[in-house]
Design a protein around this ligand. Structure first.
Ligand SMILES: [Zn+2]
Length: 171
């Protein structure tokens, strides 16, 4: 029996203000309430996991190393506020990407459910106590295809949306 609960967050447009193919720390801005939202997930004992399409890697706009640096920085910033992301899952692929190594019709680019399925397996997550929050229809579709709840974030503070999502699956 899977035992853990989790909130899966989309990254660009959900945790941070969407900037075209963001990879520079200096352009990163948290969405209103995002840090509080992550801390609320931590406080409820659920895993906070990022699920993000990063086709900019396949397009050759930035490297995986640059993305790792950004994710490390995000966690450093969160930790200053007593919050943390437990894991990051990303899809670097694109069917017609410019970088051959990432040119792939993969199973992980949202709305495909590969990242969620892998995260749930690797972290022993109970699908009944998991929810995906994202600003795009493909995030909700991805959640449904993975057999979990999906919540559309339509702007404003991310905190009430997250608290409602936590309540909706009894976390
Ligand atoms: Zn992929």
């Amino acid at each position: 029996m899977a035992s853990k609960s989790a909130v899966f967050f989309d990254r660009d447009g959900t945790l941070n203000v969407d900037v075209h193919f963001l990879h520079e720390i200096e352009k990163f801005r948290w969405v209103e309430g995002a840090v509080d939202a992550v801390r609320a997930v931590n406080a409820r004992g659920a895993l906070a996991i990022v699920i993000t399409n990063q086709s900019g890697i396949a397009r050759g706009y930035y490297t995986e190393e640059e993305m790792y640096r950004l994710h490390e920085w995000m966690n450093e910033e969160l930790q200053k506020h007593g919050a943390h992301i437990d894991a990051f899952y990303y899809c670097p692929h694109l069917t017609d990407g410019a970088v051959e190594a990432y040119r792939e019709d993969c199973d992980c680019r949202k709305p495909k459910p590969g990242m969620l399925l892998r995260a749930m397996k690797e972290h022993d997550i109970d699908p009944a106590r998991a929810v995906m929050i994202g600003d795009a229809a493909r995030d909700v579709e991805c959640a449904e295809r993975a057999g979990i709840r999906g919540t559309l974030y339509a702007g404003g503070s991310l905190l009430p949306v997250t608290l409602e999502a936590l309540d909706s699956c009894g976390i």
